[in-house]
Design a binder for this molecule. Structure first.
Ligand code: APR
Length: 234
């Protein structure tokens, strides 16, 4: 078998589930009777900005009370110790990977703890609420800040870097994602086409499980540390 040097890891909501952060498609994907997709679009924000800002304010506050779990810590250890190229691409907008110590990390769907000014285009760390329409600290515009989150219909961040890494990967590992949302759901095929081995670690087979060379089922806090120990040679 080809020696593994370059690794790309895709993570989704399942990696943070055991830290107490709800996944999207468990629990019916509902928030106060709204479909999550209906509050995560530019159209929803234009139609009812208070609803969308309140949804994100609640989640931004909640993640600050959560802690990284054993899966985040194991991936941070792999990042620190893996001598080859490694990239963690997360669909998650929480900050648990970086709080666990991960460095080679891309938030392709944005970050809860950032705000984005739609007037001056500045992005800035933001831990508080946006519902009360604070002025942009960069340009002082009022009511111009939105969550720095990639909504449905918007372009995920840093796709060039992600595809570059996928095309160089010897191993692609998908952890805790349902494989329901593109472009991330297509990464396994991109990596395969470039000759990578592919592994899925998820609570249940995802929608794209059949694309992987191997799929293991179980909680991320069990599967990920065991896989990392094996990768680092015990
Ligand atoms: N360990 C491993 N996997 C888990 C765990 C766990 N403890 N708990 C849940 N899972 C799995 C579920 O079985 C499911 O397949 O994690 C997956 C979570 O899927 P989703 O809720 O669909 O989350 P995700 O794939 O990250 O969603 C992708 O959709 O709503 C958009 O932009 C949002 O980034 C998000 C994207």
């Amino acid at each position: 078998m080809k020696t593994i040097q370059n690794i790309v890891i895709l993570t989704g909501a399942g990696v943070s589930a055991e830290s107490g952060i709800d996944t999207f498609r468990d629990a019916g994907g509902l928030w106060e009777q709204h479909r999550v997709e209906d509050v995560a679009t530019p159209e929803a924000f234009a139609r009812d900005p208070d609803l969308v800002l309140r949804f994100y304010d609640e989640r931004r506050a909640a993640i600050q009370t959560r802690e990284p779990n054993a899966a985040h810590r194991a991936l941070a250890r792999l990042d620190a110790e893996w001598p080859g190229e490694l990239l963690i691409v997360t669909q998650n907008v929480d900050d648990l990977h970086e709080r666990a110590g991960a460095k080679r990390l891309i938030h392709m769907h944005g970050e809860h703890l950032n705000a984005w000014c739609t007037i001056c285009d500045a992005r800035m760390p933001w831990a508080g609420a946006l519902l009360d329409r604070p002025a942009c600290p960069a340009c002082q515009a009022a009511g111009s800040l939105r969550p720095d989150i990639v909504w449905f219909g918007e372009m995920p961040y840093r796709m060039d870097e992600i595809y570059h890494a996928l095309n160089r990967a010897d191993l692609f590992v998908s952890i805790g994602t349902s494989g329901a949302v593109y472009p991330a759901a297509g990464f396994v095929r991109e990596a395969r086409a470039s000759g990578a081995r592919t592994l899925e670690l998820n609570m249940e087979p995802s929608e794209g499980s059949h694309w992987f060379d191997e799929a293991r089922q179980g909680p991320a806090t069990v599967l990920v540390p065991a896989w990392v120990v094996a990768m680092l040679g015990g």
